[in-house]
Design a protein around this ligand. Structure first.
Ligand code: 4AD
Length: 455
């Protein structure tokens, strides 16, 4: 009751306050500012002092309330995650107290804009450290406010920019292909079916075929779009919806393709490390070492031999033989043991997609590549594409694909064909590697996997 009588008033004799973001605070030392954000932490120290760490999406700032300011009803009932508008003067902290960015805000006035629920409904009760994974996914919208999650999302944001910068530097055009399609790219088993005004359609598995159609129009092209895969098992690195960074180039060789992959990955890492979120990489992944060029190049046949030499067997106790797919677990074992990026290449025709070009020197193999990273395994899949019309028609037949819905893709081979190739990189896997996250589910805002499409 006492507290309710205390009314705060703006002191008009103080210098004019500038509304800024926390990120800008280093330029505003000694000045009067306004910050708006969420109460991240709260510490009451005796009757006359309260510390609030405020968060605005650009950083954290310690705010100090003294005297009357910490005796109001709002101050006494303040809860974590409430929103506030805070006026004060930025004071530089003495050496050795640099933890909060070297300064704190000496508050002279504030308003509580939206008080967060308290008691049983309090933020911390919804989301405590003991919560199991399922509860955390149910509360993902709240979990994302946490320090680790927001660092991961910030690195993700800068990484997207880094990829765009790389493609810009290389004179690629960005395109936005359709995500509702009537053709499969990577086989029928993982297609999400869709009722398209009564007609069957799918959510796209990859924008590759559409990128290929853009080559004669725009030359080198790329897209950053979601791809969808109805993956029926739970793994650390599979999502039902993921962000796919895909690129396609005309008139290149297989070697050009391998080279640009290396260059892109190294450039993007470099960009992120030099950015303001670079420190988060080392915070979340203290042992991180930027990869060095050239990456190790290993043919599929060598990988099969490596698995034999290292006694890595199938569940039935036999060895993997040439022509068999190398699943996630042995692939991870090999990559983790070698412990450096690998350009695994020249996979056999029978385990790869219909559109892949065969190796001129060995028709059993394709000019294909997976980039494997320690801790995650495959982060990129790419290849040279069939450029010959007759060969493409034979490939449809071999894979049992009806060529009819692919007529527009086939036309690319009819009207000015060329050697070309490209790749797709899974952004979530790239971030999982960069930040050493256990699963790709932590590197996306709202993960989608079998059994989860909410929130
Ligand atoms: O190897 P994939 O299937 O290749 C393609 O889709 C090609 N058409 C791409 C192209 O050449 N334009 O997928 C490419 C990458 C994988 O290396 C992986 O990083 C990611 O996409 N990926 C997934 N990421 C998360 N969850 C899934 N279910 C994924 N499936 C593929």
């Amino acid at each position: 009751e006492e507290a309710k009588k205390i009314v705060l008033e703006l002191d008009s004799s103080l210098p004019e306050a500038t509304r800024i973001k926390i990120k800008q605070t280093p330029e505003y030392r000694g000045k009067r500012i306004i910050i708006q954000g969420w109460v991240h932490r709260l510490r009451v120290q005796g009757k006359d002092m309260t510390f609030i760490i405020i968060r605005d999406g650009t950083g954290f700032l310690q705010c100090v309330l003294t005297g009357k300011l910490c005796k109001t009803y709002d101050a006494l009932t303040l809860t974590l995650e409430s929103t506030m508008k805070i006026y004060g003067t930025l004071k530089e902290l003495p050496e050795g107290k640099k933890a909060q960015g070297g300064h704190e805000l000496i508050v002279d006035y504030y308003e509580v804009l939206g008080k967060a629920a308290g008691g049983e409904e309090a933020f911390s009760a919804k989301l405590n450290a003991e919560s199991n994974a399922d509860v955390l996914y149910d509360q993902r919208h709240l979990y994302l406010r946490g320090e680790t999650a927001s660092k991961v999302m910030r690195v993700r944001s800068v990484t997207l920019r880094a990829f765009r910068e790389f493609f810009e530097k290389k004179h690629f055009n960005e395109v936005t292909p359709p995500l509702m399609v009537q053709t499969s790219v990577e086989g029928g088993s993982t297609l999400f079916k869709l009722d398209y005004y009564g007609e069957p359609a799918y959510l796209t598995q990859s924008s590759q075929l559409y990128l290929e159609t853009m080559l004669p129009s725009l030359g080198d092209v790329y897209c950053i779009a979601d791809s969808f895969r109805a993956e029926k098992s739970h793994t650390r690195r599979h999502l039902s919806e993921y962000t796919h960074i895909e690129a396609e180039q005309p008139f290149i060789s297989f070697d050009d393709l391998l080279n640009i992959l290396e260059e892109m990955i190294c450039d993007v890492v470099d960009y992120v490390l030099k950015s303001p979120v670079g420190e988060y990489v080392y915070e979340l992944n203290p042992d991180f070492k930027p990869p060095k060029r050239p990456f190790k190049r290993m043919e599929y046949a060598e990988a099969i031999q490596w698995l034999k030499d290292h006694d890595v067997k199938k569940e039935d106790g036999t060895f993997y033989e040439f022509g068999e797919d190398i699943p996630e677990s042995p692939e991870r074992k090999m990559t983790d043991t070698i412990n450096e990026p690998i350009l695994l290449n020249k996979f056999p025709v029978e385990i790869k997609a219909f559109y892949m070009k065969k190796c001129p020197e060995d028709q059993r193999l394709t000019e294909s590549v997976d980039v494997l990273m320690p801790g995650v395994g495959e982060i990129v899949g790419g290849s040279m594409r069939i450029s010959d019309l007759v060969e493409l028609l034979a490939a449809y037949k071999r894979e049992g694909l009806d060529p009819k819905p692919y007529y527009w893709f086939t036309d690319q081979r009819k009207y000015g064909t060329c050697e070309h190739g490209g790749f797709g990189l899974g952004l979530e896997r790239f971030i999982a590697w960069l930040l050493n996250r256990y699963t790709v589910r932590e590197t996306i805002t709202y993960p989608r996997f079998i059994g989860r499409c909410m929130p």
